[in-house]
Write a protein that binds this ligand. Structure first.
Ligand code: ADP
Ligand code: MG
Length: 246
């Protein structure tokens, strides 16, 4: 068994003439909380989409559990346990919490009729793994952002995630909601799930992550255990200059 759950080696991605990623390497261990940082346009979302099988890299190699995979599709990425929570959460607003949580399982089972008691059981189980309770009958569109996010994380956990990638998950959250999210992140980590936390907020990365990778203009400019970094060091890596230069 490989030390790494997911490894990107020298990944490049071009969109026409634009180089979005240039020889980026990034490795994620099972159960680690890894932060991917960078300013807008640095290539964070492009890396996520490559991990999710949405984009094919122009160069480089992807390894899962140490084995090279090529031409990975979104379905294959999910089968390998990679789940992405995008900023819009990709939920069904007009379905309830329980329905959103149970949908994948029900689709996989392929039954023609829906057993609503089972739907509720599955949903409750998923939320219990995050240590939260919620009104299962609420339409998801009526939930606050933090509630939608919890449903999205619970759905990822239910899909047997081994790595949950969160793209800028704290953007619309209050400090109190960020605390609640971080508690959930630590809870799912304790269940062996790795989290890739994508952010440009320095305090949050210093608080939650164990390892940090910084991108600037599509290149990896820093990487290491979080203890090697402080706010000035991250700023320098993200922007290429000290705050005092500005
Ligand atoms: P981030 O998520 O760090 O803000 P992105 O990965 O979204 O950065 O973008 C990196 C660069 O790639 C940007 O210059 C962006 O404009 C470009 N880019 C991203 N996706 C596409 C696309 N589908 N077509 C063309 N250019 C793209
Ligand atoms: Mg982005």
């Amino acid at each position: 068994m490989s030390e790494h759950l997911l490894e990107l080696k020298n990944i490049g991605k071009r969109f026409g003439g634009l180089v979005a990623l240039d020889a980026v390497s990034l490795a994620i261990k099972p159960g680690e909380i890894h932060c991917l940082a960078g300013e807008n346009g640095s290539g964070k979302s492009t890396i996520i989409k490559i991990m999710a099988g949405v984009y094919q890299p122009s160069d480089g190699e992807i390894l899962i559990d140490g084995k090279p995979v090529s031409g990975m599709t979104p379905a294959q990425s999910v089968q390998h346990g990679i789940q992405v929570i995008y900023q819009d959460f990709s939920l069904f607003g007009n379905l309830t919490v329980a329905e959103n949580l149970a949908l994948n399982t029900l689709l996989l089972e392929g039954k023609r009729t829906v057993n609503w008691r089972r739907v509720r059981e599955l949903a409750e189980k998923a939320l219990a793994r995050l240590g939260v309770t919620m009104d299962l009958d609420a339409d998801v569109e009526t939930l606050p952002t933090s509630g939608k996010q919890i449903v999205a994380i619970a759905r990822a956990v239910m899909a047997d995630a081994r790595l949950i990638i969160m793209d800028e998950p704290t953007t619309a959250l209050t400090r109190h909601e960020v605390d609640a999210l971080f508690r959930i992140v630590r809870d799912i980590q304790a269940q062996g799930i790795a989290v890739l936390f994508v952010s440009h907020k320095m305090r949050e990365m210093l608080e939650i992550s164990e390892r940090l990778t910084v991108l600037r203009n599509g290149k990896k400019v820093a990487e290491g255990p979080i203890g090697d970094f402080d706010e000035p060091a991250i700023t320098r890596a993200m922007t290429g200059h000290d705050l005092t230069d500005q």
